[in-house]
Design a binder for this molecule. Sequence first.
Ligand code: ADP
Ligand code: MG
Length: 588
Amino acid sequence: MSSRQSNLASTLHNLDGRNYGNLKQIRGRYSFGPVTVFIDRVQADPFASPSKVRVRVDRADAKFPLDLTTDRADRIAAADYLLRAGNEVLAKLDQRALILGRPGQEVLERTNILIDDAGFEARLLVNLPARGRRILGHQAADILTRDLPDFAERLFLFDRWSDAPAGRGGNTHGPSAEGLTDHVRLHRDQLELRSHLGEAGLIGLVGNGAILPRTSGDSDLPMKSSDAVAFTSPPELEHTVELSSGRTVTGMGIPRGVTVIVGGGYHGKSTILRALERGVYPHIAGDGREWVISDPTATSIRAEDGRAVTGDDISAFINNLPSGSDTRFFSTTNASGSTSQAANLVEAIEAGASTLLIDEDTSATNFMIRDERMRALIPAEREPITPFVDRVRPLLTEQGVSTVLVAGGSSAFFEVADHVIALDAYVPKEVTDQAHELVGVTAADLETAPTGSDPHTGSDSPAAPSFIAAPRVPTAKALRPASKTKTARAKGADRIQFGHDFIDLLAIAQLVDTQQAAGVAEALEYLAEIFDGRTSLTQALGEVEDTLDAEGLDGITGHRDHPGHLTRPRRQEIAAALNRYRELQLER
Ligand code: ADP
Ligand code: MG
């Protein structure tokens, strides 16, 4: 093996100045002391997508503490740490040709770093250097035979961490044992807190001291703490959890049920909701939202006019459309604000959401409410929409689905809210009793309230909405159109190319990591294999998740060796992408 090392270097030196196509021959496996370098794919020309390389170190050489890298959840956190540390190592080596991938604020399962029973592996992309179409062989040798093994040693040889030289840049620190331990422990604590919330009947917790606002609308970094008002829970909703690590977390517990957030414009309502939206994922230390934890199935629901819908049962919300369309199997290539929001909602429930997060800023007003005068003016049989305000309680009582709703412009939801929280200059107050008093409702009324009035009969008798239709079953070829010759590919963070079509992910708020779109694209390919004209969408999503849980992201990719840079999406986001595929075909 060791002879292969000098081979690679001398091969590259010999290739200097030759035609780029000759680089193909360096594919293979090379050994550099404890580091094995795999060159899995070599780009065809300097402008093609980068080459794929991996570096691997065995456990026996890496000597990582077992207690931090054995459990599946710990491995996710440790890999996340190594990814962040790996970027610092690359910065220190000043090697820009090597690309490890950049994570955001969330701790997520990714393919960039793999920790398994046998060892540690980093998957990199590398732009192999050229002048024109000529190989720069000496530079390529530096990258692949000097910097790449050096990177792997600095990152994966735990013994070398302690004496890693401090970064010259001042604020870059190499990996440290303490950093790894803290990272893994924080992740454990966040997961433990999340499972506690479920047991305590809460769908979310916002920790006291949390910094929710971000530096700007296009950044996910926390606002400077000197500018931000740190979160404090109203005493009535305060909830304290003692974690097994010894850490105690106190914050605002949001109980299952219907919670309405009110308050003046610009008082921080959407900021809280957005933090809950992100709270389905663990966060890194210093993010400010480490202790904002939500129901892992919580799904953000918005209006999205223009989207395509295929065979959704939106009849709980929409009936008797002037077009005569059957809203129990509703399809359109161009949904309206209200029909798109209804579709988003029933699809979220189909994908397993037990909490909905809804912001007035991104909702269709006619989907959400209809006031008394409008009800008087437009007879029920002329109005296709049963507004969400009439359905939010049956959703809870019949379907077990909670809602957190931002509504600063209307009191309509007071009568259906278990909790009303008012924000005043970013400070939340519990105002449920006042809100209930204003509309003459008591908590006891809510328990016994009818499950919604039926707009079609105009009577107040409870309608029997069904929020979930018969299971939707994609056809065997649903994701295998004849026109599709290439595998699905993410185009940036918000779009997937799927055959001749593009799937637009822009409205999917909980795709948070730029690599998640690539994860979704792989999941769609995996779903394509499962669909057989009998398996329902829900069952198929379950199968994808089972494989992801058992084998990780590598398990759903068609690639052997180097899967590229992917981040695991939730099943909700996989479903959301599938539902936006304009050519989706269902069995009927
Ligand atoms: P609303 O939805 O109530 O209109 P937003 O949540 O959009 O308000 O917040 C309005 C502005 O206030 C945003 O620029 C946001 O970054 C900022 N902001 C939100 N929460 C805080 C806070 N706790 N401290 C400081 N600024 C905040
Ligand atoms: Mg807002």
